[in-house]
Design a protein around this ligand. Structure first.
Ligand code: IMP
Ligand code: MG
Length: 180
């Protein structure tokens, strides 16, 4: 796997420290609230598993699955809900947990759908933010781990064609892997 990686962008240590910091901020901000973490599968699964253990509050978790990519490296622009929430979210302070905010199409669409279900509040926590590629200008992440350059990154949950999710760090994928 590592022969496909151009360079390590974020090491395990950097990821761990950032997740701890985000967990502390969320713990402060959501004290006394009714926190529901909604992880967007599959990319955020590793981040979610670490982040929830860095939050020192009672909270609940849910999962949704979306797809906008197919096997490519660019968004198709059409967001599909592959798996919906299994419950009502009225009365909850929803925090959407996402791996990366890229074009913003996925989160813009999810925010719209979830807001219509009348939660107490709804915010976004994304590990990575790639502002250079934003199309949906109405999306804002209250919690964002790292800003990343306009390169395709994999690892720590993020994939290319379903591979590389199990890398423990985040790396830049070699162009030759997807430009064949
Ligand atoms: P958006 O809708 O364009 O903001 O993209 C959201 C989804 O695209 C993310 O949840 C990722 O699953 C995927 N994605 C965007 N950029 C990358 C990347 O650099 N590497 C891996 N997946 C990405
Ligand atoms: Mg994703």
């Amino acid at each position: 796997m590592t022969e496909c990686i151009e360079k390590v962008l974020l090491s395990e240590k950097e990821l761990h420290d950032k997740v701890a910091e985000l967990g502390r901020r969320i713990t402060e901000d959501y004290r006394g609230k009714n926190l529901l973490l909604v992880s967007v599968l599959k990319g955020s699964v590793v981040f979610m598993a670490d982040l929830m253990r860095a939050i020192d509050l009672p909270c609940e978790i849910e999962f949704m699955r979306t797809s906008a990519y197919g096997a490519g490296v660019k968004t198709s622009g059409v967001v599909e809900i592959k798996m919906d929430l299994g419950r009502e979210i009225e009365g909850y302070d929803v925090l959407i947990v996402e791996d990366i905010l890229d074009s913003g199409m996925t989160l813009s669409y999810l925010m719209k759908i979830l807001m219509a279900k009348n939660p107490n509040s709804i915010r976004i926590c994304t590990l990575l933010d790639k502002p250079a590629r934003r199309i949906a200008k109405d999306v804002f992440a209250t919690y964002a781990g790292f800003e990343v350059p306009d390169e395709f990154v994999v690892g720590y949950g993020l994939d290319y064609a379903e591979r590389f999710r199990n890398l423990p760090y985040i790396g830049v994928l070699k162009r030759e892997v997807y430009e064949k």
